[in-house]
Design a protein around this ligand. Sequence first.
Ligand code: SAH
Ligand code: SF4
Ligand code: F3S
Length: 445
Amino acid sequence: MVGLLEEKKKVYLKTYGCQMNVYDSDRIIEQLAQKGFEATPREFDADLIVLNTCHIREKAAEKVYSELGKYSNLKSKNPKLKIGVAGCVAQAEGNEIIKRQPLVDFVVGPQTYHTIPTLLEKLTNGQKVVDIEFSTQEKFENLKLTEGKEYKPSQFLTVQEGCDKFCSFCVVPYTRGVEVSRPLSEILSEAKTLTEYGAIEITLLGQNVNAYNGLDDSKKRRDLSYLIHKLSEIDGLKRIRFVTSHPVDMTDSLIQTFRSNEKLMPYLHLPIQSGSDEILKKMNRRHNVSDYLNIIKKVREARPDIAVSGDFIVGFPGESDRDFERTLEVCHNVGYASAFSFKYSPRPGTTAFEKKEVPEYIKKERLTVLQDVIRQHQSSFQKNLVGKTLPVLVEKKGRIEGQVIGKSPYLQPVFFSAASALIGKIVDINITRSESNSLSGNFCE
Ligand code: SAH
Ligand code: SF4
Ligand code: F3S
C-alpha cells in the first residue's frame, strides 16, 4: 500500500478562531512541508484537508460542520482524500465529530497536532484516529521552525497556552487546558530564527499572555516583562506586541515596560467583558470596573499615546438595561481605539450554560448600540492620527498596483503608494486619511 507521505501531496488548511490557531496552522503547514506537502488555497485540489477549528461561540463551532458537509463530493471524486479536524472543536467534541460526520478521518486537539505527519500513515485502510491528549510541552518540543524559510515581516509566537481562570461563559480552559508557559530559552531561540529569516515584528500570544511565568535556564520563573526585555535584545527584532491580557495579571512591572522598552508597541488589548460589577461577578472575572479603570490610568501614565482595545459580551444571563448602560459608560470612559463585541453564546460545560438567557432581540439591540459607540471612539482615535507622521512596518502588496500595506504602531493597517521593495522595512508615513478600519497616507522619502 502506498503511504500518503511517499508522494508530493497538497494540503488545504482552513483556520477559524483566534491568533493562537493562526500560529498553530502555520506550524501544521511547516511540519507537513517537511514531509513533502505543499499548501494549496483550493480544497478541490487537495489530498489532505485540515480544519483548525474554534469552539468559543456556538456559531463558530457549527461552521465546521457546514464546511465538512461540503466535502462529501470531493471525497467521492477522490477516495484517497483525507480529512482532519484540529483545534478547539476537536478537543471539545473528540469522537463525536466522526460520529456526526463520518467523512472525517482524524481528530487532533490543539496540543496534539504535531502528531499529524505520523498519524497520516495510520489512515490507510480507512482507519480513523482521534488524539486529544493534553501535552503542551511535548507539542512545542516537536515543532521546529524551518531554517532558511522566508518568514513574513510580522509573526506570531505562542509563549503561553491554556487558562486557569474559568470565566463562567468560556470554553477555553476546557479546550486548551491549564495554563502552561514555554521555557524562556525556547521562546528566545524561536524569535531569533524568525528574525534571522525575515520577521521584524513578533506578537507574543497566549490566552492569558500576561500570566506568562516560564522557566529560565537556571530554573527561575520569569514574567512577561522580563521576557519582553530579553527579546528586545535581538537586533533584527524591531517591534514587540502581546495579546491577550487579563486584568488580574496586569502587573506594575509589565505596565512600566510600556514606558521603558522602545520596542514594545503602544497597543494593549485588555478585555473587560462588562461594565457592571454585578455581571463581572457572575462572569467570575475576578476584577471589578474600578480595578480595570485604574489599570488603564496607570498604563496611560506610562505610555500616554497607547491604543487600548478590549472585548465585550452583551446579553450575559441577568444583564439588565442598567448593567448594559454601565458597559457603555466604560466604553466612553476608556475611549477604545478598537474593540471586539459579541452576543453571549451559551456553551455546554461552562457554569453559565443553564442560566436564564436574555432574549435574542435584546442581545441584538445591545450589540448594535455598543458597536456604534465603539465605532465612534475608534474613529476619533484614528482621526487624531491624521496629519501625523507614523513609523509604519511595510508588510505586503496592496490590491491596487503600486500600493503597499503596512501597520501603524497602534495596529491599524496603513495603505500607501510605494515600491514593494519596501516590504519588511519600517518607513515614515504621513497619515492623510482615516477609513473605518484603516489609515492611508504618503510615503515620506
Ligand atoms: N483570554 C481572553 C479572551 C479569550 S476568548 C480574555 O480573558 O479576555 C475571546 C473573547 O471571546 C472573549 O474575550 C470574550 O469576549 C468572547 N467570548 C468568550 N466566550 C464567549 C461566549 N460564550 N459568548 C460570547 N462571547 C464569548
Ligand atoms: Fe476564557 Fe476567561 Fe480564560 Fe479569557 S480568562 S480564556 S475569557 S476563561
Ligand atoms: Fe477559539 Fe480555541 Fe482560540 S476556542 S478563540 S480557537 S482558543
